[in-house]
Design a protein around this ligand. Structure first.
Ligand code: TXA
Ligand code: MG
Length: 349
């Protein structure tokens, strides 16, 4: 398949191109598009054949449900059984934005889109190109992240092209994704809301609006034997090709340990990378040192994480050692993704 690649500037949207992209979706095709979190791989959420195509293009297991993207809060009505009070409160505060809510689905959403579940995940992105595209596509765009299953989500068109060229009809290049980590997911189907995937909107912010919010135990705990409630969170994910290990402890001890490990790996002729904070970057002695940003600016760390993991693949890195990060606020999302990328392989010193 020939994949058409177009560029759209969020601040000066080319309506003719957006309408072309929308038509592809209406005709059952697939288009990758930018959002504020990561790039999405879009298809018509109400067309079961489109959802099947998405799974095929990603190489994704079909029990892993897709998020339905909307561009108007009122469009939620048609795809859920009932718009709950707490969903409205969250929508008022955080939509459009990086928050996904799970509610019981209506019959309009095919089971192919929800991976066989009777609930549906819904998000309204704030990215202007995403919103214009969703409208042009008919209002309901099912979209997982636009990566081949298992790889880090793409935060720039370059990595969407690397994974999806030849597999889908169109890729909209909208530059870098601002946030760089996928949306926060909250399940509102039960009596108490449950955080299923941490993201830029933190559990503290959700609690400000909802009061009580539970947190799925599997988010940071690698030994937890329970199954994550978001089916997608159980798969090996966000993973670079190289073997990633997180080293946690006092800064000086971490630097010393990583230096010992990188020297040892280089002696074995491995290509090594260190994911370092700005504060420590100069102290590393061996391997490719990738500075992820200052410890004091977690937004930058979130923004850079997937790009660095992808760069490691581009550079054929065999072994990666990463510092650990604070797990409060958005740090919870950063550590959740980093732990998954590392298969929960962590050294405590
Ligand atoms: O930021 C994002 O959310 C991006 C952009 C493109 O919007 N999308 C994204 O989609 O990350 P994806 O498919 O990579 O991740 C969706 C997650 C999966 O872990 C999936 O299992 C979970 O959401 N999910 C979707 N529907 C669900 C449902 N009904 N119940 C529980 N989990 C659900
Ligand atoms: Mg994904």
């Amino acid at each position: 398949m020939d994949t058409k690649i177009i560029k759209i500037d969020e601040e000066n949207i080319d309506e003719a191109l957006i309408s072309q992209a929308g038509k592809i979706i209406k005709n059952g095709g697939l288009v990758a598009f930018p959002t504020e979190t990561v790039y999405g791989l879009g298809g018509d959420a109400l067309n079961r054949e489109s959802s099947k195509k998405i799974y095929a293009a990603k190489g994704r297991p079909s029990d892993n449900p897709l998020i339905v993207h909307i561009a108007d809060i009122n469009d939620m009505d048609a795809i859920v059984l009932k718009v709950k009070e707490n969903a409205l409160k969250l929508a008022e505060r955080f939509w459009p934005g990086p928050l996904t809510m799970i509610l019981k689905k209506s019959d309009r959403v095919p089971l192919e889109t929800t991976g066989g579940l009777d609930s549906v995940a819904i998000r309204m992105p704030v990215h202007k190109t995403a919103a214009a595209f969703i409208k042009a596509a008919g209002g309901y765009v099912a979209a997982p992240s636009a990566n081949i299953s298992g790889k880090p989500s793409p935060t720039s068109a370059k990595y969407v092209i690397q994974d999806m060229d030849g597999r889908i009809d169109m890729i909209i290049d909208g530059g870098d994704s601002g946030i760089g980590l996928e949306s926060t997911i909250v399940d509102l189907t039960g009596d108490i809301p449950v955080l299923l995937r941490p993201g830029y909107i933190t559990v503290e912010q959700l609690r400000e609006v909802l009061g009580n919010v539970d947190v799925d135990k599997t988010i940071l705990d690698g030994d937890c034997k329970e199954r994550p409630k978001a089916p997608g969170m159980k798969y090996r994910h966000y993973a670079p090709k190289g073997e990633l290990t997180i080293v946690e402890g006092q800064a000086l001890a971490v630097v010393e340990k990583i230096n010992e490990l990188t020297h040892e790996a280089e002696r074995k002729n491995k290509k090594v990378c260190v994911i370092a904070t700005d504060e420590n970057a100069d102290s590393y002695e061996a391997g490719v040192i990738k500075s992820i940003g200052s410890r004091n600016d977690e937004d930058i760390i979130a923004h850079r994480l997937y790009t660095i993991l992808r760069e490691c693949d581009d550079e054929n890195i065999d072994v990666i050692y990463s510092e650990s990060f604070d797990s409060a606020g958005i740090g919870q999302a950063i550590m959740n993704r980093l732990l998954k990328a590392a298969g929960h392989h962590m050294i405590h010193i």
